[in-house]
Design a binder for this molecule. Sequence first.
Ligand code: IPE
Ligand code: IPE
Ligand code: MG
Length: 255
Amino acid sequence: MNLMIPKHIAIVMDGNGRWAQKRGHSRLFGHIRGSSRVRSIVRTASEMGVQALTLYAFSTENWSRPENERRVLWRLLKKYLKKEADDLHRQNVRLRVIGEVERLDADLQEILSSVVERLKGNSGLQLTFAISYGSRRELADAARRFALDCVHGILSPSDMNEAVLEKYLWTAGLGDLSEVDLFIRTSGEHRMSNFLLWQSAYAECVFVDTCWPDFEPKDLIQAIEEYSRRERRFGGIAGAGPEFTSLNSEGMLLK
Ligand code: IPE
Ligand code: IPE
Ligand code: MG
């Protein structure tokens, strides 16, 4: 089969808690296993020639979780960054973070910005972690900053259009890659949960039953195969050919 490699893949890494509970463990164990899955998925995406990979690690709504669960997630994120920074660098991966990073503990913010800085010159896979991220917050923030630019006379309301709005989104750094091609969610849930709503307007969605701690490179490849079978029409018509140029005035096809 002819594999079409999506330029930008977004993944909702879901199902850690249920995975662990099904096995008689605490939800936290699921996060530990889940965090160890990130490494091989990043590597596979990079090796397959995916240009951008955005991973949903923590949503604005996840702040409602118990403090001990949040603490474990931050600890695992720190551990991942410390352990993987060298390897990411060797793979020429660039790292970005989107979300309300200022809400995180100072030491986590520091580690994040030092790894981001270290990998800044890399030109391979554009890896983004969405942490304390929510699309609604992102869009509200874009509106606020655009309004400020209007107040300061830098732009005027009539300048607003889709391309301008994109420059105010947190994904602006990805430029042409900010549009998501393939949106994957694990754990059998069929929803977006406030992830990259604008950027995924025409994404192909693949929902898999596998929970994130079991998600392996072969599952990523399967999702890419599924993507390759899809026909992306972007509102157009399947296989629209030149016959559509030969219609009479009543819209009848001319043979
Ligand atoms: C995803 O797994 C990880 C985060 C949201 C941080 P969950 O913790 O949502 O696991 P489930 O969906 O409750 O099983
Ligand atoms: C979405 O999963 C957020 C992440 C995976 C980081 P949730 O588990 O928080 O989403 P809902 O509550 O099932 O919609
Ligand atoms: Mg969940």
